[in-house]
Design a protein around this ligand. Structure first.
Ligand code: BES
Ligand code: MN
Ligand code: MN
Length: 459
């Protein structure tokens, strides 16, 4: 493979650039044609790479790209999952170059250069590594087992149409393991395999004061301002130890063993570098837990957006009728997304004084997942990374969410291995998202080893 990779590096970059130029923003209907174009683009590339039965499967939302290569039904089957949709690029003015005009630039962390574009790391770059690794394995006649691809276009908006697709296509998707590259490694000289993801409960809240906007001089002082009230309500959701105050919130939180906590905290991490990189005076979080723990094994509550009243140029004196916020809670194993949403709703409504009305609207959610390390797939990923990085990877829990991982297990009864190649500093979901050229090629190099070792271990 390394021969094939070496000979094709420029083409692999060029093709990824073409993919990154299509703005597949799933959250915004204005990009609908581009999201569909991206699905078509990948369909053609999957066919060109040598996959069979390639089709865009319609859903109530964006289509799911399917393709496979069954070399022998008696051999194990790996299903590769990823997503072709991306987050909205805004705020646009904070990008140093166009979000859909990929360029390679060197950075301190990526001295060999990184590809700057929305989706470069999350997840187009990582999906495309799989296409090219597959192409290489076929070209060199060394595909050791069966492969299926399932690439969706709604991951960034909650994968709502994926669950019904899984239930309706169990046969088609039957496999021995699911392989996902949509997470990160600790550092390029410290490979790791993600063994946990957090769940998510996401809500929007609306606080209504008076029935219309009012003059803040004529009425101010006598009528509740929904923005002031909302700010107080949100602030009260965490106590002085930064613990969440919703009754019952922590009831089901899985306790992590002292042994696992020690292992997590032994992984390379420098608090000063972390603070300096983010230009913060100090980190902030739940008392009694380290930064690594706070971002992986502990649940959180964050306001993602808050608005209301006048936000235009200059000053307008107004006591607004409404205020809004979007609030997310990251969940950990054993917490149920639906239950937490219910607890939030009940508590938030109870916080509202008589002077306002409160409405809580649930958005998408998902369950946390932990992936075992005593399986052939984990071992295969371990061996593959050890071979390509020249260093054994360590298990590490991630703080993000990929709700489909828990669903895969529930609906298909199949385990997932999370072998991602990004870095947490790659600015996914943020302006100037990038993906190391080193990481892209390292993924293409590592994936065939995974297939090789997995097929061997399953014998
Ligand atoms: N690839 C990310 C999740 C991720 C990133 C996991 C880094 C671990 C490390 C994924 O595309 C994502 O952003 N998921 C969303 C959840 C979804 C329901 C919107 C998230 O975590 O916010
Ligand atoms: Mn992703
Ligand atoms: Mn994402």
């Amino acid at each position: 493979m390394s021969g094939f990779l070496d000979k094709n590096k420029q083409r692999f970059l060029d093709e990824l650039f073409d993919l990154l130029r299509i703005p597949s923003v799933s959250a915004d209907p204005a990009f609908k044609d581009d999201v569909l174009k991206t699905a078509e683009f990948l369909k053609e590339k999957l066919i060109a790479a040598g996959a069979e039965n390639v089709e865009l499967c319609p859903t109530d939302g964006y289509p799911i790209l399917y393709g496979d290569k069954i070399i022998d039904p008696a051999l194990p089957t790996v299903l590769v999952y990823g997503h072709y949709d991306v987050q909205p690029p805004d705020p646009l003015d904070l990008w140093d170059s166009g979000p859909f005009e990929p360029v390679i630039k060197k950075t301190d962390i990526h001295p060999e250069g990184a590809i700057f574009a929305r989706g470069a790391c999350d997840d187009k770059g990582q999906v495309y590594m799989h296409f090219k690794a597959f192409e290489g394995m076929l070209a060199e006649d060394r595909l050791p087992c069966n492969v299926k691809f399932m690439i969706e276009g709604e991951e960034e908006v909650g994968s709502e149409n994926l669950a019904p697709f899984l239930s309706a296509n169990k046969e088609k998707l039957a496999c021995d393991v699911i392989l996902v590259s949509d997470t990160s490694v600790i550092a390029n000289d410290c490979p790791s395999i993600t063994v946990g993801l957090r769940g998510l409960s996401y809500v929007e809240v609306e606080v209504t004061g008076p029935n219309r906007d009012l003059h803040s001089g004529v009425f101010g002082g006598a009528v509740a301002n929904p923005i002031n009230i909302l700010a107080k309500m949100i602030a009260s959701l965490q106590d002085e130890n930064n613990r969440i105050t919703i009754p019952g919130f922590y009831d089901d939180v899985a306790v992590v063993s002292a042994e696992e906590r020690k292992m997590m905290n032994d992984a390379p991490f420098n608090l000063k570098t972390y603070e300096n990189d983010l230009e913060i005076g100090s980190v902030h979080g739940e008392e009694g837990f380290t930064t690594i723990e706070r971002t992986s094994i502990r649940p959180t509550l964050d306001c993602n957006g808050i608005w209301g009243g006048y936000i235009g140029e200059g000053a307008k004196t107004v006591l607004p009728s409404k205020a809004y916020a979007k609030i997310s809670m990251r969940l950990v194993p054993n917490q149920s997304s639906d239950k937490i949403t219910e607890l939030f709703k009940k508590h938030f409504e109870s916080l509202a004084p008589d002077s306002v009305k409160v409405e809580v609207k649930p958005h998408h959610g998902g369950e946390a997942a932990v992936t075992p390390t005593d399986t052939p797939e984990y071992k295969a990923a371990h061996m593959a990374m050890e071979k390509s990085y020249g260093k054994a990877p360590i298990p590490a829990r991630g703080g993000g969410s990929i709700p489909i991982v828990a669903l895969f297990e529930e609906v298909l009864g199949v385990k997932t291995v999370l072998m991602g190649f990004g870095l947490d500093s790659d600015d996914i979901h943020s302006p100037n998202e990038h993906y190391g050229v080193f990481n892209y090629f390292k993924g293409i190099e590592t994936i065939p080893y995974f297939f090789e070792y997995y097929a061997e271990l399953k014998k």
